[in-house]
Design a protein around this ligand. Structure first.
Ligand SMILES: Cc1cc2nc3c(=O)[nH]c(=O)nc-3n(C[C@H](O)[C@H](O)[C@H](O)COP(=O)(O)OP(=O)(O)OC[C@H]3O[C@@H](n4cnc5c(N)ncnc54)[C@H](O)[C@@H]3O)c2cc1C
Length: 595
C-alpha cells in the first residue's frame, strides 16, 4: 500500500492564502470559479491520486511496459485507472466548452496535474501529453481538424503525443529528416523514425494522435523548413469513428533508468497518412504551443520529486532511531534518539521542504500568467503576462527540475542505506526524477533560452520587467526581515547580467559558460520571492494564533534565506570566473584524448 498523501493543505495555502486565486479569477471575469469550487475539485483529485494511481506506482515501475504483436501494453491496472479518469471527466477539466470541455482555467488543471504526477508520474504521462496535442490543434488547426480531433482528445477516448526527437537530433532540430510528401488531395504521407516518444503507443485509449515535425520535399534547410502534422494511429472517419489503421508503429521500447511504467517508444512512420497543421515550413513555431505547455508541465515534476522526498524522508526521520543528540540524550527510554535530533538530518529535511513548497508556490504563481493570456480582455495585461511567462518558464523548467532532483537525492540520503533499497520508494523517486532535467529541453538549453534569447535578446527588457515586479511586490509586502536580503541578491543578478553582456561582446563563449549558473541564480531569487510571500502570510497568521503549520512555514523561509539563498554567491563567483578555463583546451586536445 502506498503512503502517498496529496498535499492538499499546502496547495490551499498557496492558492487561497498567498496568491489569492479568487481575486485573480474575478479579475479575469471567471465569476463561477472560486475557492469553494477549486477546493472541491482538489479533494476529489486527491482521492483519485491516492486511491487509484499511487497503488500502481511501484507495480508499474517493476512490471514496465511490454511490446507485443498488438502494440504496447502498459503495466497492469493502468488501463482501468485511465478509464476511471475519463469517467470522472478529468481530461476535459480545462478544455474549451465548445468542444465538450468544462472550460475551467489552466491553473485548475495544473493543480490536479500536480497530484496525478506525484501519485504516479509514469501513468500521468499518458494523459499528460494529450493536453499539449489539444492546445496545438486548437491554436493552429483548421475548423475541420478541431471538430474531428478535439472532442475525442477532450473526452479522453484518444490521447496525444509530441514527436520531435530523431536519432541524430534532439536539442538541435535543424537536422530533422522525417519527410512529408503531399498527396495532391490535401493529405500527406510521412516517413521517418522518431525516438524517445513518450506514450508513443499503449493500450489505454482507442486511438493516438501524433503531433509530428517533418520536412516537405522542397523545404529550406534548417529549422525554417520544418512543418507540423497530425498523424493519427487510426485515421478517423468524418463522424469520429475509427477508420483505417495508419502506417505508424512502435518499433521498440527504450530501456531506461526510470519512469518504467511509461512507454518511451521508437516510432516508425512508413508513409503514414498525415494532415498539415498551420502553414507549411512554420511547424516549429506551432510546435512551441505544445512545448511551452510541456515545459511548465515538466517544471511541475520538480514539485513532485521534492514532495515525494519530503513525505518519505520526514516520516522516516520521525521514526528511525540512530545515535544520540549532540546536546545530550533526548530519549533515555530508547536505545537511540530519533534521526530528527541530528542537525545534518534537519538540514536535509529542510532543504527538501524548502524546494517542495517553494516550487509549488512558483508554479502556481507562473500559471496565473497562462490564465491571463487565455482569459484577459486587457491587451496590456496579456502582453505583460506573456513577457513574464517568457522569462519565468525557462527558470521554472530548469531550476525546479534541478532542485527536485537534488531533493530526491537528499530524500534517499535521509534513509541511509535503506534509501538505496527498493522497498522504500526513495530510489524510484531518484530514478524517475532524473529525466526531468533532460527532456523538454535540457537545463543547458533552458539556460541559453533564458540568457541569450530572453534576457540579452530583449535588450534586458524582460529582466527589468521581472525585477520591477519583484520590487513592487516586496514594497507591498512591507517586510523588513527578508526584503533587504532578497533585494541584494536581485541587484547582484542584475549587475552580473551587465557584466556577462559586456564580456560576451568580446567572447560569446562567456555567455555560454555563464548560462546555467545564471539560470540557477535566477531560480534561487525567484524562490526567495515566493518564500517571502509565504513568510509574510505565516507571520500574520502567527500574530493571531499559534499554529504548527505556519511555524513550519516561517522556519522553512528562514532556513531558505540563511542556508540556501547564499548559493547565489557561488553562482555569481562562477560566472565571474569567466570562460577561459572552460575553453582553454583546443578541440584537438579533446578529440585526441584516449584512455
Ligand atoms: C524518457 C524520455 C522521454 C522523452 N520524451 C520525448 C517525447 O515525448 N517527444 C520528443 O520529441 N522527445 C522526447 N524525448 C527526447 C528529449 O527531449 C531529448 O532527449 C532532449 O531534448 C535532448 O536531446 P538529445 O538527447 O538529442 O541530446 P543532445 O541535443 O545531443 O544534447 C546532448 C548534450 O549537449 C548539450 N547541448 C546540445 N546542444 C547544445 C547547445 N547548443 N549549447 C549548449 N549545450 C548543448 C545538451 O544540453 C546535452 O547536455 C524524451 C527523452 C527521454 C530520455
Amino acid at each position: 500500500m502506498s503512503n502517498y498523501k496529496a498535499p492538499v493543505r499546502d496547495i490551499q495555502f498557496v492558492r487561497n492564502e498567498v496568491l489569492d486565486f479568487d481575486t485573480h479569477y474575478r479579475g479575469l471575469g471567471l465569476h463561477d470559479v472560486n475557492a469553494e469550487l477549486c477546493d472541491a475539485i482538489l479533494l476529489e483529485a486527491a482521492k483519485f491520486a491516492e486511491n487509484e494511481l499511487a497503488p500502481l506506482n511501484r507495480s508499474g515501475d517493476e512490471e514496465g511496459c511490454q511490446l507485443t504483436a498488438n502494440g504496447v501494453q502498459a503495466p497492469k491496472g493502468f488501463k482501468a485507472a485511465y478509464e476511471k479518469y475519463c469517467e470522472g471527466g478529468w481530461p476535459s477539466l480545462s478544455a474549451p466548452e465548445e468542444f465538450g470541455g468544462q472550460g475551467l482555467p489552466g491553473s485548475v488543471d495544473m493543480m490536479v496535474g500536480e497530484l496525478m504526477g506525484q501519485a504516479n508520474q509514469s501513468w500521468s504521462m499518458y494523459p499528460g501529453l494529450s493536453g499539449g496535442a489539444r492546445a496545438t490543434i486548437y491554436a493552429h488547426g483548421t475548423d475541420e481538424q478541431k471538430a474531428l480531433y478535439l472532442p475525442k482528445l477532450i473526452e479522453g477516448a484518444w490521447t496525444g503525443t509530441m514527436c520531435l526527437t530523431e536519432p541524430q537530433c534532439g536539442s538541435d532540430l535543424s537536422f530533422l529528416r522525417t519527410k512529408a510528401e503531399p498527396q495532391g488531395d490535401g493529405s500527406y504521407r510521412v516517413t521517418g523514425t522518431k525516438i524517445f516518444i513518450s506514450s508513443g503507443d499503449h493500450d489505454l485509449a482507442e486511438n493516438i494522435v501524433h503531433i509530428v515535425l517533418a520536412r516537405l520535399p522542397d523545404a529550406p534547410a534548417g529549422t525554417k523548413g520544418i512543418s507540423l502534422f497530425i498523424v493519427p494511429k487510426y485515421s478517423p472517419n468524418d463522424d469520429g469513428s475509427l477508420g483505417e489503421r495508419n502506417a505508424v508503429n512502435c518499433g521498440a521500447l527504450e530501456h531506461k533508468m526510470g519512469i518504467h511504467g511509461n512507454a518511451t517508444c521508437v516510432m516508425n512512420f512508413d508513409g503514414a497518412k498525415a494532415f498539415l497543421i498551420g502553414e507549411e515550413n512554420r511547424g516549429l513555431a506551432c510546435m512551441f504551443t505544445f512545448m511551452n505547455g510541456a515545459r511548465v508541465g515538466t517544471a511541475v515534476q520538480g514539485i513532485t520529486h521534492a514532495e515525494l522526498a519530503l513525505q518519505g524522508a520526514w516520516r522516516y526521520a520521525s521514526e528511525r532511531e540512530a545515535g544520540r543528540a549532540l546536546t545530550g540524550i533526548k530519549s533515555p527510554d530508547r536505545p537511540a534518539d530519533l534521526l530528527i535530533v541530528h542537525p545534518d538530518v534537519r538540514r536535509m529535511l529542510l532543504t527538501i521542504r524548502a524546494f517542495a513548497e517553494g516550487n509549488r508556490a512558483l508554479a502556481h504563481f507562473l500559471i496565473k500568467y497562462i490564465d491571463v493570456s487565455a482569459y484577459s480582455k486587457d491587451p496590456d495585461l496579456v502582453a505583460k503576462g506573456d513577457k513574464m511567462l517568457a522569462m519565468l518558464t525557462p527558470i521554472a523548467k530548469g531550476f525546479m527540475t534541478e532542485n527536485g532532483l537534488e531533493a530526491a537525492n537528499l530524500g534517499m540520503q535521509v534513509f541511509g542505506g535503506h534509501g538505496y533499497i527498493r522497498e522504500w520508494g526513495m530510489e524510484q523517486n531518484v530514478r524517475d526524477a532524473r529525466i526531468s532535467t533532460l527532456y523538454e529541453g535540457t537545463t543547458g538549453i533552458q539556460s541559453l533560452d533564458l540568457l541569450a534569447r530572453k534576457v540579452m535578446g530583449s535588450g534586458g527588457e524582460l529582466l527589468n520587467l521581472l525585477a520591477g515586479e519583484i520590487k513592487a511586490s516586496l514594497a507591498d509586502l512591507n517586510d523588513d526581515e527578508f526584503t533587504p536580503v532578497l533585494l541584494k541578491a536581485l541587484a547582484e543578478w542584475q549587475v552580473i547580467t551587465a557584466e556577462v553582456g559586456a564580456a560576451c561582446a568580446d567572447d560569446v563563449n562567456e555567455l555560454g559558460s555563464a548560462a546555467v549558473d545564471y539560470l540557477m541564480m535566477g531560480g534561487y531569487i525567484a524562490l526567495a520571492w515566493m518564500w517571502t510571500k509565504m513568510a509574510v502570510v505565516a507571520k500574520q497568521k502567527l500574530s493571531e494564533k499559534e499554529d504548527s503549520f505556519y511555524r513550519c512555514k516561517l522556519a522553512t523561509a528562514r532556513f531558505y534565506f540563511q542556508k540556501i539563498l547564499p548559493r547565489t554567491l557561488t553562482h555569481a563567483a562562477l560566472i565571474r570566473a569567466g570562460a577561459e578555463s572552460v575553453m582553454s583546451l583546443t578541440d584537438d586536445d579533446i578529440l585526441s584524448y584516449q584512455q
